[in-house]
Ligand binder design. Sequence first.
Ligand SMILES: Cc1ncc(C[n+]2csc(CCOP(=O)(O)OP(=O)(O)O)c2C)c(N)n1
Ligand SMILES: [Mg+2]
Length: 367
Amino acid sequence: MATKKAAPKKPAVKKPAAKKPSSRSTTKKAATRKKSPQNQPNVPAFSADEDLEAYKVMLTIRRFEEKAGQMYGMGLIGGFCHLYIGQEAVVVGVQMASEEGDQMITGYRDHGHMIAMGLDPRGVMAELTGREGGLSRGKGGSMHMFSTEKHFYGGHGIVGAQVSLGTGLAFANRYYDNGNVSFVYFGDGAANQGQVYESFNMAELWELPVVYVIENNQYAMGTAISRASAQTDLSKRGVSFNIPGEQVDGMDVRAVRDAAARAAKSCRDGNGPFILEMNTYRYRGHSMSDPAKYRAREEVNRMREEHDPIEQVKARLLKSKTVNEAGLKEIDAEVRAIVTDAANFAQESPEPDASELWTDIIEEVSA
Ligand SMILES: Cc1ncc(C[n+]2csc(CCOP(=O)(O)OP(=O)(O)O)c2C)c(N)n1
Ligand SMILES: [Mg+2]
C-alpha cells in the first residue's frame, strides 16, 4: 500500500544551475540559511483524505509488525527481528513528503519503511521467513532487504553504516543533478557514531541533497539517550557543520510530513543537508529477544495512551465524521486481510534452493 504522494512527480521548484560536488564551492550558505524554529507549534492540518491514507498505512505497519512478532514466537522467523511498533508516524509522514525518485535508506528496524514505500507486504514477510518469495529472495532476512526499483536501499545491520551510504546516494543525486533527495534514517544510538560526522562534513561541504532523519526513540538497545549522549538535543548535532536542524514531534504524522516537506524543499533548492530529529518511542523491546527491563511499564503505557500516532489520527477521523466506528472496523478488516495474506504467502513460499548459496556473492562486471 503506497502512501499517497503529496506532490507531482518532479519538484516544481527551480533548482540552481548544475554544480558538481568537485567544484569546491566557496559560497557559504550559513549566513543566508535561517535556522528553523524548534517544535513547530502550528502544525498544518491534514485533509480528511490525507488522514485516512496516513491511518491506513500506519495501521498496516502496526498489524504487520504484530504478525511478525507472533510468527517469530512460533519459530517461523529466525535470527534478528526489530519491530517498529510506536514509530509508524515517522516513516509515513516522511513518505508523504517525498517525491518519485527520492531514496530511502535505514538500519535494521526497516519493515515499516518498506511498507510505507509501497513494497508488497508479501515480499517483506517472505524475507522474514527466509523464503524464495522474499525481497532479497530469502537470503537477507529482516535486516537486509532492498528494492532499488522503489528506491529503497536497505536494511543495514551495522549501526550508522547507512548514514555514509545514504550520503553517497545524495552525492549521486547532486552529481547527476536529478532533483532527488536522499532520506537517511538512523537512531539516537547511531547518532554517536563517528562516520555520521564525516558524512555531515562532506554533505555540507558539497551541498548534498540529504535529509538526515534521526529516529530518536529514546533508547539504544537498553541504554537511555541521557546515559549515552552528552548532547541529547540531536537536532543540534550539525551545528559545527552549519547544517540546520529541527526537533519534530515524531508521534504526530502531520508534524512529520510538514517538517520533512520543508527539509526536502530546502535540499531541492540547493541548500545542502538538513537534520530532523524525530522524537518518537518504540513500544516493544529493542529486538524480539529483549524483555525491556530497563524501563518502567508505566512509561510505555503513558506513551501508548497519550501519544499513540495511530490513535491520534483515528480520533481526528471520528471527530470530523470522515468515518464512523463501522467504517473503522472495515478498514481494520481490510488491513488484517493484507497482513494475513502476506503471512500465508511467507509460509507457503519455498525455501531458496541450495544452489542459491553461490549466487549474489560477487557482482561480475565486464571490462
Ligand atoms: C557498529 C555497531 N555497533 C554495535 C552494534 C550493536 N547494536 C545493534 S543495535 C544497537 C543500538 C542502536 O540504537 P539506535 O541507533 O538508537 O537505534 P534503534 O534500535 O533504537 O532503532 C547496537 C549498539 C551494531 N549492530 N553495529
Ligand atoms: Mg534508539
